[in-house]
Design a binder for this molecule. Structure first.
Ligand SMILES: [Zn+2]
Length: 141
């Protein structure tokens, strides 16, 4: 946008001279900032006035680079946290699976023992009947 003369408001198309000026960084800027300051001369009233031109030169770390690095660091931190959560979830899942497997195995062993016990009980019952029958046979002459 073309600057206007502060005295008579006439638009001034281009500066007579451009100076590079080191200025304090504005909010959101990092490091020392160098700006182009144009010295304008009004063609109507001959007043001279300075205007900061659009271009900004960063003498130290450019703000965009600083933001990029900061964002990258934050992303890495988030990724590491995600990884921690994933590892923790996997560890938990593994433990649960092991527990489930152990439980399954235990259930199978118990089922097997119960079945064996059932067989033994039947066998014992059979032997008892046999004994009773034999005793009965012996008792009767
Ligand atoms: Zn003027």
């Amino acid at each position: 946008m073309m600057p206007a003369c502060p005295t008579c408001k006439a638009p001034v198309s281009s500066p007579d001279r451009v100076y590079k000026v080191v200025v304090e960084p504005e909010q959101g800027e990092r490091g020392v900032v160098q700006r182009d300051v144009g010295m304008f001369r009004c063609p109507r009233c001959d007043a001279t006035f300075p205007r900061v031109l659009g271009r900004v030169h960063y003498l130290l770390v450019p703000d965009t680079e600083f933001k990029r690095l900061k964002k990258e660091a934050e992303e890495n931190k988030a990724k590491a946290a995600d990884l921690d959560v994933t590892v923790e979830a996997l560890r938990k899942e593994k433990l649960e699976r092991e527990e489930a497997l152990t439980q399954q195995l235990r259930d199978k062993v118990i089922a097997g023992l119960e079945s064996e016990l059932g067989q033994l009980e039947k066998h014992v019952e059979h032997l008892r009947e046999e004994r009773d029958r034999l005793q009965h046979e012996v008792a009767v002459p």
